[in-house]
Design a protein around this ligand. Structure first.
Ligand code: PMP
Length: 353
């Protein structure tokens, strides 16, 4: 039976990508597996170069002073790497959820952090707006999509200082003017590939301005200087990310997938709003197109609903423990048909209740 994978990440990836990735595990180059050849061999260097170029191309950032890197340690390592490379005295952070909160905690190890705004007191069910960003800060940090709470920044502030954005859960899902950001990072395991690598896109001219000594593995300049090969890169994760970016490019790029993502989001949210048995978690204007969070109005229906969606082949619908209820993660590779199946189950519940 076909599984409809609504998992928050690691998550669904395109079937054709899985197929090619499996083939490369067995025979990538003249009978050798992708994971047994040298990362310095031409076939793999080509993969890395292609992946770096595709990331910039898809985001419309080629030739604009940006470099793409595929690093390790997850987006969580970027929480401290950003601070180590950019934080001299004080930075401004927008606190919109667990991941922003963690980014703030790591940066605070190094220097002073100012929370420009926070929605913590409302358990992060909205995106704060109308805050000021001081010119005196070294940079401003925000999280474009809050995977756990299901909120998404629809607009970004005009920042007078470098803007850093954690795009782990909505990279490559919607068109934005990506030149407004000076540093973007994203763990691969949502819209890009398997866990194990983190995409970092950095505008080179913001680097080299802090006075501290930065350990080599933590230094973006070192990684740029070595073509994202300072140490052995996570070859499999980079290869699958390259295939997924190629898949997206062949589909028509971010513009094409954004239309699909909007259809999926409209479908699920209209069911959440029209079906009296469900209630959306986040405020409407800030709802995420990637992670739809919702709860049951009547908890007594939980057992029936859980049995129904599992029976329909749906996977990964349980909400994060800090929100409860349900979370339908609808990343790029999840089909509209899978969302239709979920919506059908939700409306069947209404007719049964
Ligand atoms: N930021 C966001 C927005 C996330 O969703 C996640 C993981 N779900 C992280 C950061 C942490 O990523 P990692 O597990 O790759 O460190």
């Amino acid at each position: 039976m076909k599984k409809h994978n609504f998992s928050a990440g690691p998550c669904v990836l395109p079937k054709s990508v899985m197929q090619k990735a499996s083939e490369a595990l067995l025979d990538f180059d003249q009978g050798l597996s992708l994971i047994e050849i040298s990362h310095r061999s031409k076939p793999f260097v080509d993969v890395m170069e292609n992946a770096r170029a595709l990331a910039l191309e898809l985001l419309g950032l080629e030739g604009k002073g940006y470099k793409a890197l595929f690093l390790q340690g997850g987006a969580s390592t970027q929480f401290l790497m950003v601070a180590l490379n950019l934080l001299e005295k004080r930075a401004g952070y927008l606190n919109t959820g667990t991941w922003s909160d963690k980014a703030i905690k790591e940066a605070k190890i190094y220097d002073d952090i100012y929370e420009v705004a926070s929605s913590k007191s409302a358990n992060f069910n909205y995106i704060p707006k109308g805050y000021d960003i001081s010119e005196d800060y070294d940079y401003f940090h925000c999280t474009s999509n809050n995977t756990i709470f299901g909120t998404q920044m629809k607009r970004f502030p005009e920042s007078p200082i470098p803007m850093v954005c954690d795009m782990s859960s909505d990279i490559f899902s919607r068109q934005l003017d990506f030149t407004q950001f000076d540093l973007i990072y994203a763990g691969a395991q949502k819209n890009m590939g398997p866990a194990g690598t983190t995409l970092v896109i950095v505008k080179e001219d913001i680097l080299g301005k802090v006075s501290r000594k930065i350990p080599s593995m933590m230094d973006y300049k070192v990684h740029i200087g070595k073509g994202s090969m300072f140490n052995t890169p996570p070859v499999f994760a980079v290869y699958v990310s390259m295939l997924t970016m190629q898949w997206l490019k062949d589909l028509g790029g971010i513009k094409a997938i954004e239309e699909e993502n909007e259809k999926k989001a409209r479908l699920i949210y209209s069911e959440i709003d029209l079906n009296p048995l469900f209630k959306g978690y986040s405020v409407k204007e800030d709802r995420s197109n990637m992670n739809a969070t919702f709860t049951l109005e009547n908890e007594n229906l939980k057992e029936t609903f859980d049995a129904m969606w599992k029976e329909a082949g749906i996977n990964g619908l349980n909400g994060h423990r800090s929100v409860g209820g349900y979370r339908a993660s609808m990343y790029n590779a999840l089909s509209l048909d899978s969302v239709k199946v979920l919506v059908e189950v939700m409306s069947d519940l209404e007719s049964k209740a």
